[in-house]
Design a protein around this ligand. Structure first.
Ligand code: ZN
Length: 316
């Protein structure tokens, strides 16, 4: 049996740079499925601010090369939108020259989970060539909001958790009406609330709807506009409603997921996340606090069962 690594250059289009507004770039990693996140960068004011790293050493090095092709300016700041490894494993490739900014919870979670994390990632996504990952957490943290500037351009970091995780911040650029959403927005991919909160995520979307958003750089999937907030919201409401019926009927999350017709959401990538999302919705139906610790091993185990005991499809 071959253990050869399948990379996106074999089966997926190469990453793509999209200038969404003057000096603001999305780095789109197709097809946005597990661990294929979208970092971004802002080249304004004589230095570069990057938003998120990538999952693997190879992908983060490619991202850095892409920045260098556009800009001669140094990357002095890296923002982490949340703690997940596909956005933060590459932090160490920025750490020498850049301040790494994240919400307090983002730093705390990365520090807490760091021991053994690369090994656990290998266990979860065995086909991925992670490289020589060294886990590095943000070294500048904030609590609700933080304002920083790219030259004269104001960037607002807004903490919106519990939502996708308990560590989420979005980057809002008012003058350009650009939202760099992290994983608060999956575009054409299944939102994943297992490590955050379904109800809290809906609240976060309501909060973002108050902003005059023209352009969204999602955490996964193509660049889009504000209508994507409704797509994510519709899915999360579908999860809540499905969970309510199944929970009242005494059906466990895996069986509930198997019985569900995902409808248009079935066309998105990583549909098995419905199982994890139902686990999170059940926790909320039990009256547990939003974002409470729940049994991740059992939820992930059931996601694999839903997939016919195949590993999660990951092309990072
Ligand atoms: Zn994430």
């Amino acid at each position: 049996m071959s253990t050869e690594h399948i990379s996106n250059t074999d089966v997926l289009p190469a990453p793509e740079i999209v200038e969404v507004s003057d000096g603001i770039f999305a780095y789109i990693q197709h097809d946005g499925s597990w661990c294929l996140n979208n970092p971004a960068f802002i080249d304004i004011g004589g230095q570069v601010i990057a938003i998120d790293a990538c999952a693997t050493e190879r992908r983060t090095r490619l991202f850095r090369e892409a920045i260098a092709q556009i800009s001669r300016n140094p990357v002095r700041t890296l923002i982490n939108t949340h703690a997940h490894l596909d956005h933060t494993f590459g932090n160490y490739l920025f750490a020498e020259d850049a301040v790494i900014v994240g919400h307090r919870n983002c730093r705390d979670e990365i520090v807490r989970d760091a021991p053994g994390l690369p090994e656990r990632a290998k266990g979860m996504f065995p086909s991925v060539d992670w490289g020589e990952i060294e886990v590095v957490a943000p070294n500048l943290t904030f609590d609700d909001t933080l304002t920083l500037y790219a030259g004269d351009l104001e960037l607002q970091l807004i903490y919106v958790s519990p939502a996708h995780t308990n560590t989420d911040a979005v980057v809002w650029i008012p003058e350009r009406q650009v939202l760099i959403a992290g994983d608060i927005i999956f575009n054409q991919g299944t939102p994943f609330a297992l490590m955050g909160s379904v109800a809290g995520w809906l609240t976060a979307l309501d909060r973002l709807r108050e902003l005059p958003i023209a352009t969204v750089i999602p955490g996964h999937g193509p660049v889009t506009d504000a209508s994507v907030l409704d797509d994510v919201g519709d899915y999360l409401q579908f999860v809540q409603q499905s969970a309510q019926v199944a929970y009242d009927g005494g059906v466990d999350p895996l069986d509930a997921a198997r019985d569900l017709d995902l409808g248009r959401f079935g066309e998105w990538t990583d549909t098995e996340r419905i199982v994890g999302n139902l686990h999170r919705a059940y926790s909320e139906l039990r009256g547990e606090p939003l974002g409470a610790e729940i049994d991740m091993a059992s939820a992930f185990g059931q996601m694999l069962e839903y997939n016919g005991n195949q590993p999660l499809r990951c092309l990072a």
